[in-house]
Design a protein around this ligand. Sequence first.
Ligand code: C2E
Ligand code: CA
Ligand code: CA
Ligand code: CA
Length: 275
Amino acid sequence: AKQEGKGTYRFFEPSMSIQIRERRSIEHDLHSALNSGELSLVYQPQAQVETSVVFGFEALLRWTHPVRGAVPPSVFIPIAEESGLILTIGEWVMRQACREAASWSRPLNISVNVSALQLGSDGFPHLVQSILDETGLAPNRLEIEITETALVRDPHRALHSLRKLKELGVNIAMDDFGTGYSSLSNLQAFPFDKIKIDRSFVQEIHTKPHAAAIVRAVLGLGRGLGLPVIAEGVETLEELKFLGMEGCVEAQGYLFGRPVPISELASLIRDNVAG
Ligand code: C2E
Ligand code: CA
Ligand code: CA
Ligand code: CA
């Protein structure tokens, strides 16, 4: 193998080690990011399709590295998950999102992404309970977004946690529906309150007939199961029109607004929300 692989080995080795070093360096820096105030939340509006009235926001994590600048979540979230750091970071996200939402001038919903490791961790529902108590946020204003990956590893544990969260009055949304491990039985076996159609389908509504068919099918599924469906990644009026015609009630995407920092949120909530 040594002989045959010599060229290949030499070719791959440097770039592999750079990748590994890069990953280690990010993981190392992520350890201190929380305490150095490099993490922050941005908020993206969720709106009614018919009226464009904003009813809530999804909290999304941002990391501004002192040297690298903005590190995308697609880079650091997987590293945080693999290293277990997502537990500390996720707790910070939950507390920060609930605290900030509790101070909004209107009682809009707040959606928080929760990763598999968090959902399966000991005492997660209890942690959420403490954060709700501590921040004074009404439980029914909080929605937890989980992907199906969070269910597959340890379904019993996941079910137990989700039931406890439901008992608190917290809402549960299935995120990125239609991708990855999607299984229809999950919608029945776990206490979901909402389905989020993944943006990859929404963005191809007008270019790929299959994507439009999938969106339609998920909307039909939601109707059949009595679960509201929110479409994510809505960027154009055409997409919104299609969704409205197909009976989709809620949407999120650049068309309604990009994620904004808390400093820009107050005026958004005051000015852009009816009623
Ligand atoms: P996600 O939960 O599916 O979040 C939606 C992503 O789509 C966000 O990317 C958002 O900025 C982006 N997006 C929203 N509307 C549009 C649109 O109209 N067009 C396009 N092209 N993109 C749109 P972001 O902020 O980069 O987050 C990426 C992923 O990182 C999230 O996907 C989520 O899985 C993860 N993530 C972000 N914040 C957290 C967090 O606090 N905790 C955990 N566990 N995961 C997080
Ligand atoms: Ca999400
Ligand atoms: Ca999503
Ligand atoms: Ca996604």
